[in-house]
Ligand binder design. Structure first.
Ligand code: FES
Length: 94
């Protein structure tokens, strides 16, 4: 697992069985970096309170987290990994 920090939020990038996945790196339970955790197959475990997520779809597979991770489309070309990331627009209140 590696953490990419070139966006407004850190992204976890990992490879499982030859496929590259990208999800938000911040645990939805208590904002801990998932890159500090463990990857077992497609399941990443947060090292703080042991919530688990599936990197294929971001879904929670073990509590205490309840909210899924954001998942970003990935493309691999000529050995380079491209993650499709769009900055969220800040909406003002009028
Ligand atoms: S911060 Fe990840 S499980 Fe609590």
């Amino acid at each position: 697992m590696v953490q990419y920090t070139g966006c407004s939020e850190p992204i976890l990038v990992c490879q499982v069985s030859g496929t590259v996945y990208a999800v938000q790196d911040t645990c939805t339970h208590d904002t801990w970096s998932l890159c500090d955790g463990y990857l077992d197959g497609h399941i990443v475990e947060c090292s703080l309170h042991m919530a688990k997520f599936d990197v294929r779809n971001g879904e929670v597979t073990a509590l205490p987290a309840c909210e899924a991770l954001k998942v970003f489309p990935v493309k691999v070309e000529d050995g380079h990994v491209y993650v499709e990331y769009q900055e969220e627009e800040m909406m003002g209140r009028g």
